[in-house]
Design a binder for this molecule. Structure first.
Ligand code: TRP
Length: 448
């Protein structure tokens, strides 16, 4: 019999907070947040978003971290230990991580392709063509996706403190420095004010009727979930590597605050420059891979800023993909008794193979449709609109009604050492408010 792997641990609270922030800060902050905010009322969206960060994001994050630290297991093992009947909630999480990583890594690969372009001095002047012909080709996107997956695997192989924590400690501060440099540059262009206005000035006409307001509220709630990596056991997994005496309440407040600051900085880095050079912000990948290269090629030292920007996106993406791979890896280590190395490599290979389908969705497989959407779009739909909300809702119901708030409060307060002053509010949110709100997001996003 092989010896069971020794379970990893974060060596410090700071390391844990940076790793969890690394998971949260990702493509969602860079390509979704600025655009959604601009489209959904500007500052009004921001205020609603921040309310939901605290109303839903913080309590759910506290819950996930506490489940992880209590059981010291991956999501499947954790639910199984707490109550065997609810093991399936953990399964949803692990499946979710699988689905997300296989397409997230494809986008990670695109980022690597753009980094290489800028390094080799290509200013990507004709970005529309460049982007379209790259993503629709059959070999290159797969190759870059493999490289991105290999890089993710490399970090996870090294383990929790020597891999994930160590890389997060370097990449996260670097990320913040780069985004601040780019935001300052972006906001000092002539004409930048139009972008700041689009992003931050309250636009009341976006919310002047109840249905419009409803739409903004639903968009904000969905974005909170996605951006904080909630609802699929990532924070359970990271929480399982926490030392017993750590302060969960503090971590679960700081991570969302950092993530929100980063999202705002992303908006200030991207939108002012886009407007200053006379472009329109577009939704989704097109914003990063088509619009921004146009902006860079119009500005002085564009290659330098382009390179800096895509290195930033890479850091943001890899600290998220690492957390996704870790969810599945920890399951294989805990429950299937695999070695970390074997587990990480095996899963990476499987994910790389599934990702091929996502990578080809923009080219040879673009006509393969599942309910009218490409494979890539179906995967994002499944993870963002189905797995995350359902996983999050079940987790709240489990904590509120099955495991019980008294039990989790004991874990959150470290057996009463760190008073859990918000216990009553937490209880109401977990039992009623969060499940109801998530149900609303779920149903309305299915029809959006
Ligand atoms: N939070 C990530 C982002 O903003 C995306 C994401 C969603 C995620 N769920 C996750 C990342 C789970 C890691 C793990 O891009």
């Amino acid at each position: 019999m092989e010896k069971q792997e020794k379970r990893g641990k974060f060596s410090s609270s700071l390391g844990f907070i940076l790793a969890a922030t690394g998971s949260a800060v990702g493509l969602g902050n860079l390509w979704k947040f600025p655009y959604i905010a601009g489209q959904s009322g500007g500052a009004v969206f921001l205020i609603i978003y921040i309310i939901f960060v605290f109303l839903l994001g913080v309590p759910i994050m506290i819950g996930e971290m506490a489940i992880g630290r209590k059981t010291k297991l991956n999501p499947i093992g954790a639910y199984k230990t707490l109550n065997k009947k609810y093991t399936f909630i953990g399964v949803i999480g692990v499946v979710g991580a699988f689905v997300i990583l296989s397409y997230y890594s494809v986008i990670g690969g695109w980022v690597l392709k753009y980094i290489t372009a800028y390094i080799t001095g290509n200013n990507i002047t004709d970005s529309t063509n460049y982007y379209q012909s790259f993503i629709s080709s059959s070999i290159e996107p797969i190759l870059w996706h493999f490289i991105f997956m290999a890089a993710t695997c490399f970090i996870v192989l090294k383990g929790v403190s020597a891999g994930i924590e160590k890389f997060s400690k370097v990449l996260l501060p670097a990320l913040f420095i780069i985004i601040i440099v780019i935001a300052v540059r972006s906001m000092t262009f002539e004409g930048a004010a139009a972008g700041i206005k689009y992003f931050l000035v309250p636009n009341w006409s976006d919310i002047d009727s109840l249905p419009k307001l409803g739409k903004v509220v639903v968009a904000a709630m969905g974005q909170v979930f996605f951006s904080l990596s909630l609802g699929m056991g990532t924070m359970i997994t990271y929480g399982s590597y926490l030392k017993k005496g750590s302060n969960i309440q503090k971590s679960a407040v700081l991570v969302p605050i950092f993530d929100t600051i980063f999202a705002i900085l992303a908006g200030l880095a991207i939108l002012p420059a886009v407007f200053a050079f006379g472009f329109e912000p577009s939704a989704g990948p097109g914003l990063l891979f088509e619009t921004l290269p146009k902006v860079f090629s119009s500005m002085p030292f564009g290659i330098v800023f382009g390179l800096m920007f895509f290195v930033l996106v890479f850091f943001a993406a890899i600290t998220s993909s690492v957390s996704l791979l870790e969810v599945v890896t920890s399951f294989c280590i805990d429950n299937l008794k695999m070695k970390r190395k074997t587990a990480a490599i095996l899963i990476s290979i499987i994910m790389a193979l599934i990702g091929i389908l996502a990578a080809l969705s923009f080219g040879v497989l673009q006509d393969v449709k599942i309910f009218g959407s490409t494979i890539f779009d179906s995967m994002t739909f499944l993870s963002d609109k189905v797995i995350m909300p359902i996983g999050g809702m079940l987790m709240c119901i489990f904590v509120g009604h099955i495991w019980g708030v008294d039990n989790i409060a004991l874990e959150i307060s470290n057996g009463g050492v760190i008073p859990f002053k918000w216990k009553n509010l937490f209880s109401i949110i977990m039992k009623y408010i969060a499940p109801a709100l998530i149900m609303i997001i779920f149903i309305s996003s299915l029809f959006a």
